[in-house]
Design a protein around this ligand. Structure first.
Ligand SMILES: Cc1cc2nc3c(=O)[nH]c(=O)nc-3n(C[C@H](O)[C@H](O)[C@H](O)COP(=O)(O)OP(=O)(O)OC[C@H]3O[C@@H](n4cnc5c(N)ncnc54)[C@H](O)[C@@H]3O)c2cc1C
Length: 549
C-alpha cells in the first residue's frame, strides 16, 4: 500500500521547505521529498574539505536580502535561528592603485568615498539611491504579486489583471518611463546616463550581471541590477545584503525547523522520479527506488525541465506549455570558488590584515565595465574568461561559526565560463580558471595567494548534476525579460498552478525567483491551499444539496 499524505513537496530546497511549512501550518499532512542527504538545495552550508572539517563554507548562494518579512515572521524564523549580519560596502581595489567603497543607500558616506574619483558622480549617488528607492516602491510590492494571466478572457484572470492595474493606479508617467528604461536598457547604458567614472560604473554594474548569461552591454541587465537592489535586511538601507549566521544552510535549517514545528515530515535521500497523474490530475509521486506516495496536492520546486518534461512527461502536458519549457533559457557560466584563508587579504590600497570595513562587504574583482564585458565575451567565444570577474565576500568578518578563530572563509562568485560547461566537468580548466581568479586578487592584495589554506571549485557541471541546477543556471532559469513576471515559467502558468490539476509549482523559475526569498514556495502553497479550500466548500455544498434532496 502506498503511503498517503494530504500534500507532497518535491525538493527540499528553501522554496520547498517554505511551501511545506505553510501547507503544514494550514493543517495539511505534508511530506517533503529531497534527493540529497541534506535540505537547502542552493542554500547550503557544507564542509568541502574532508581533512579540514572545521571549515564550513556557504557553498553556493552566499548573501541574503530578498526574503520578505511576511515569511520571516509567519514562520517565526528568528526563533528557529535565522540571524543576518548586514554587510559592509562594495569594495574594489584597483590594480593601477587606489580603491573605492560604495555603500548601499548611504548618501553621506558615498559622497566622501566617491568624490576622490569624480565630484559629479559623488553628487549623483544620492539621486541614484532615491531613484532606486522610487522604483523599489513599485517593484517591491510586485514581487509579492501573483502575475496576471495576460490575454486570458476568463473572468478570474480578467479580475486579476484589473486588480493589478487598480493597485498601481498611483503610478505616473515618469515612473512608467523609469520602469520601461529598467526593463529595456543595459546596465551599461543606464549607468552612463548617471555617472562618468569607470570606477563607480564598474562597482554598480556587478548587480546587473550576477547569474546572468549576458554582459553589461546587453539589454535587460538594468532589470537584473534592480532585482538585486530592491531588498533589504531590515537595517534601513535599501539594497543592502547580509550574511546569515551559519551560512545560507542555516537559513534553510531555520525554515526546515519551522516546517517540522508545524508537523511537516522531511525525508532525505529520496529522489522523486515521476509525478503520477490520472485523468489530468496529480495523484502522487514515484520515488527512484520504486516506492509510491499518494497525495491530492503536490508542489514541485525542481528546475522546470526536470519538474515537467522528466517527471510529468511531455505526453501529459499541453504541447504549447511543453514547448515553452523546452525553450526555457537556463545558462549562466557561473563558477563558485570557496576558500579557507589563513589571514585576511592585505590590500596595497588599504594595508593591513586586521579586520577593516573594506573586508566586511563585497570584495569585488570588477574594476570596470569593460573588464566585466571582456569576461563575458571570452565565454561567448567558447572559452573561459581570461580575466574573470568576481563578487567576493568574507562572511567570517562577522560570522564566527564557520571556521577556527583567526582564519577566514572567502566566497568568490565568479563569471564566466562557456554556457555549455554543464555538459562536462572541465576539472582541469576550472582549476586554471580559479588560478587566474586568485592571481587577479593577488595583484591588489599581495598576501592573497599565500594565505589560501584550501579551495573548493564548483562549476556548471557540478551545479547541474549534484544540485539539480540544469545548465548551471543559479536561478533555475535566466532572469531575462522574456522569462519574467507573467512569463515565468511559461505564459498562462505564472500563478503557481500548472496544466496538471493538483500540481503546483514553486521553484525559483516562478515569479519573484530567483534568489533565496521563499516567495515562490509561499505562493505555490497559497495557491494550493486556496484550491483545497474551494474544493472542500464545493464538496460541502454537494453534500448539503444531496442531503437536502
Ligand atoms: C552559486 C550560486 C550562488 C547564488 N548566490 C545567491 C545569493 O547570494 N543570494 C541569493 O538570494 N540567491 C543566490 N543564488 C540563487 C539561489 O540560491 C536560488 O535561486 C535558490 O536557492 C533556489 O531555491 P529553490 O528552492 O527554488 O531550488 P533549489 O535550491 O535548487 O532546491 C531544489 C531542491 O530539489 C532537490 N531535488 C532535485 N532533484 C530532485 C528529485 N528528483 N527529487 C527530490 N528532490 C530533488 C535538490 O537537491 C534541491 O534541494 C545563488 C545560487 C547559486 C547556484
Amino acid at each position: 500500500m502506498a503511503a498517503t499524505y494530504d500534500a507532497i513537496v518535491v525538493g527540499g530546497g528553501h522554496n520547498g521547505l517554505v511551501a511545506a511549512a505553510y501547507l503544514a501550518r494550514a493543517g495539511a499532512r505534508t511530506i517533503v521529498l529531497e534527493s540529497r542527504h541534506k535540505t537547502g538545495g542552493a542554500a547550503t552550508t557544507e564542509s568541502p574539505w574532508p581533512d579540514a572539517p572545521e571549515f564550513k563554507v556557504t557553498r553556493l548562494s552566499y548573501v541574503m536580502s530578498l526574503m520578505p518579512p511576511t515569511i520571516i515572521n509567519d514562520l517565526k524564523l528568528v526563533s528557529h535561528g535565522y540571524k543576518v549580519h548586514p554587510m559592509g560596502p562594495y569594495y574594489q581595489a584597483f590594480p593601477e592603485g587606489g580603491s573605492i567603497k560604495v555603500y548601499a543607500d548611504d548618501a553621506k558616506r558615498n559622497y566622501d568615498s566617491v568624490v576622490k574619483w569624480s565630484k559629479k558622480d559623488a553628487e549623483a549617488m544620492a539621486l541614484w539611491d532615491s531613484w532606486l528607492a522610487g522604483l523599489a516602491d513599485v517593484l517591491g510590492p510586485m514581487l509579492l504579486t501573483v502575475p496576471p494571466n495576460l490575454g486570458s478572457r476568463k473572468p478570474r484572470d480578467l479580475i486579476g489583471t484589473l486588480r493589478l492595474a487598480w493597485r498601481n493606479r498611483g503610478i505616473n508617467v515618469r515612473t512608467v518611463a523609469d520602469a520601461t528604461r529598467l526593463m529595456t536598457m543595459s546596465i551599461a547604458d543606464l549607468l552612463d546616463d548617471w555617472f562618468e567614472s569607470s570606477q563607480v560604473k564598474g562597482a554598480l554594474a556587478v548587480n546587473g550581471v550576477i547569474g546572468t548569461w549576458a554582459g553589461p552591454y546587453e539589454p535587460g541587465t538594468a532589470y537584473v541590477m534592480a532585482h538585486h537592489s530592491i531588498g533589504d535586511v531590515g537595517d534601513g538601507h535599501l539594497g543592502n545584503w547580509g550574511f546569515p549566521e551559519g551560512g545560507m544552510g542555516a537559513v534553510a535549517d531555520a525554515i526546515a525547523a519551522a516546517a517540522r514545528s508545524f508537523g511537516a515530515e522531511i525525508r532525505l535521500n529520496s529522489p522523486v522520479s515521476k509525478v503520477l497523474t490520472s485523468d489530468g490530475r496529480a495523484v502522487g509521486v514515484a520515488l527512484a527506488n520504486g516506492d509510491e506516495i499518494r497525495a491530492g496536492t503536490i508542489v514541485s520546486t525542481l528546475h522546470p525541465r526536470t519538474a515537467f518534461l522528466e517527471q510529468v512527461g511531455e505526453d501529459n502536458l499541453p504541447a504549447d506549455f511543453a514547448r515553452d519549457i523546452k525553450n526555457w533559457k537556463t545558462r549562466s557560466g557561473v563558477v563558485k570558488i570557496n576558500l579557507a584563508l589563513a589571514e585576511l587579504p592585505n590590500f596595497t590600497a588599504d594595508p593591513g590584515t586586521d579586520l577593516a570595513e573594506h573586508h566586511t562587504g563585497s570584495v569585488e574583482m570588477a574594476p570596470s565595465m569593460d573588464f566585466i564585458e571582456r569576461a563575458f565575451q571570452d565565454a561567448r567565444d567558447g572559452k573561459p574568461a581570461v580575466r574573470p570577474f568576481s563578487d567576493g565576500v568574507i562572511p567570517t568578518s562577522f560570522d564566527k561559526t564557520l571556521c577556527p578563530e583567526g582564519t577566514h572563509i572567502m566566497s568568490l562568485f565568479t563569471q564566466w565560463v562557456p554556457s555549455d560547461w554543464n555538459l562536462e566537468p572541465h576539472t582541469a580548466e576550472l582549476e586554471a580558471f580559479a588560478d587566474r581568479m586568485i592571481e587577479l586578487y593577488d595583484e591588489v592584495a599581495p598576501n592573497f595567494k599565500a594565505s589560501i589554506l584550501h579551495r573548493d571549485i564548483v562549476g556548471p557541471h557540478q551545479l547541474e548534476h549534484e544540485y539539480g541546477l540544469v545548465g548551471g543556471n543559479i536561478f533555475h532559469g535566466e532572469l531575462s525579460l522574456e522569462q519574467l513576471f507573467h512569463m515565468r515559467p511559461a505564459p498562462g502558468y505564472a500563478d503557481y498552478r500548472t496544466p496538471i490539476s493538483g500540481l503546483y509549482y514553486g521553484s525559483s523559475a516562478t515569479h519573484a525567483g530567483g534568489g533565496v526569498c521563499g516567495i515562490p514556495g509561499w505562493q505555490a502553497a497559497r495557491a494550493a491551499m486556496a484550491d483545497r479550500k474551494l474544493a472542500r466548500s464545493g464538496r460541502r455544498r454537494a453534500l448539503f444539496a444531496r442531503s437536502a434532496g
